[in-house]
Write a protein that binds this ligand. Structure first.
Ligand code: SF4
Length: 424
């Protein structure tokens, strides 16, 4: 099975590259270039998309320019100060200004360093360089002098208050949130659960195993597990040591073994060997909380559910949909913004975006198509080129998480588990 998958992966690598990756890449490029070149068209498109803006703010999608960011800032209001100072360029300038304030002559040590270089080097090119540098030093001195004067003037003048911003109204927040959902739907029309499964029991087991590890590692582990124990009865009958060995690659294998044996026995004894389709039943199973239950309900039973994992919680906070840290409270806040019919796909889209673009430590803000709608723009890399290098999975030309992704997935499948290295 592993070899088959591998062969499929190898074959589809090529075909996917030619047929699928390109459109995704192109889409991203078009979206980003549209943001940087087609202001008027982009504004129109944004208006068409939203219909109307009845909250009195300008909600147009703007290019990722300083002006645009200011406009978007106006639209959000509540994060205005953070956004204004949060952009890399502005932050850089501000930081340079601070440095200048601390050290009145920041450039002088540099100039002093350059003089000995001139003295020790007698070749013509060195003289040329020194000649070029001389006016720069003069200019720097003037600039520093100006800056000092400006600083003194600023100190004398009463501090100007930043204009008060209107906090984002509930209506505006809901509109913006729903628009983010639509943008994400366009960006990831192929969003799906990233665990391989063929039935509700496999999905339940895979979701329990996915705690504290990647979906790819789970997908690489479960083919062997489900070959040995395809049903709750089979799994409940496994000796703990055997189950531990089978799921060891997913980490925390002793605790997970306990959960799997417990939930398999409960399914066998209390639910006739079937996974129940109700949240209140699912959460009674060992190792199953609301998150796992919602994954199973949404993807195996078609019951709408919001899955608040680490990615969803982080992005919901960055989007300003919630300020809560507790997963259940995040779920409640987000549920109040979106219609029930959107919950499951919204969860997939947000998690997709979190894994590909809006990473925990280094969000790729400069390559993020929904940046104009995000109050947290500037938390990550804003330089478009550098940001593009942070993109992951199909957006970054890397394999995805599933060994068997859906047919419309434009990236490469994940590789099967690498065989253990031969002892030397
Ligand atoms: S990458 Fe940056 S702009 Fe995009 S959603 Fe995340 S924080 Fe917002």
């Amino acid at each position: 099975m592993g070899e088959q998958a591998s062969g499929g992966a190898a074959n589809s690598d090529k075909s996917n590259k030619s047929h699928h990756e390109e459109p995704v890449e192109r889409k991203l490029t078009v979206r980003m270039s549209g943001a940087s070149t087609g202001d008027a068209a982009h504004h129109r498109q944004a208006r068409d998309h939203d219909g109307h803006h009845g909250d009195g703010h300008d909600h147009d999608v703007h290019p990722l320019t300083t002006t645009a960011k200011a406009l978007v800032t106006d639209a959000y209001g509540r994060h205005a100060a953070a956004r204004t100072s949060g952009t890399k360029t502005q932050a850089g300038k501000s930081s340079a200004g601070k440095k200048a304030a601390v050290n009145d002559t920041p450039e002088k040590p540099t100039a002093a360093k350059k003089v000995p270089a001139k003295r020790t080097t007698t070749k013509a090119p060195a003289k040329k360089t020194a000649a070029k540098k001389a006016p720069a030093t003069k200019a720097t001195t003037k600039a520093v002098a100006k800056e000092t004067t400006a600083k003194a003037a600023a100190e004398k003048a009463p501090a100007k208050k930043a204009p008060a911003r209107k906090p984002e109204s509930r209506t505006a927040l809901v509109r913006r949130a729903r628009r983010i959902n639509r943008e994400l739907a366009e960006l990831y029309p192929y969003a799906h659960p990233e665990l391989d499964f063929t039935n509700s029991f496999e999905l339940l087991v895979a979701t329990v195993l996915s705690a504290q590890t990647t979906d790819m590692r789970v997908n690489q582990t479960t083919p062997r597990l489900f070959a040995v124990a395809p049903t709750p009865e089979d799994m409940a009958a496994l000796p703990p040591e055997e189950l531990e060995e089978l799921i060891r690659p997913t980490g925390f294998f002793r605790a997970k073994t306990k959960s799997l044996l417990g939930l398999s026995a409960a399914l066998r004894d209390r639910f006739g060997g079937e996974v129940p389709g109700r949240l209140e039943d699912l959460v009674t199973l060992p190792g199953v909380g609301r998150k796992t239950a919602n994954v199973v309900l949404g993807n195996a039973f078609g019951v709408p559910g919001i899955t608040v994992d680490t990615h969803f919680g982080r992005l919901a906070r960055r989007f300003g949909w919630t300020t809560q840290e507790d997963a259940d409270k995040v779920e409640a806040d987000v549920a109040a913004i979106f219609p029930k019919s959107e919950w499951t796909m919204l969860s997939h889209r947000v998690v997709f975006h979190g894994r590909r673009v809006c990473h925990s430590r280094k969000p790729a803000c400069g390559a993020c198509p929904i940046a104009p709608l995000c109050p947290s723009y500037g938390e990550g890399e804003t330089d478009p080129e550098k940001a593009r290098k942070l993109l992951k999975y199909e957006l970054g030309g890397q394999p995805g998480q599933r060994l068997k992704p859906p047919a419309d997935y434009p990236g490469q499948p994940a590789p099967p588990m690498a065989p253990p290295a031969a002892a030397s």
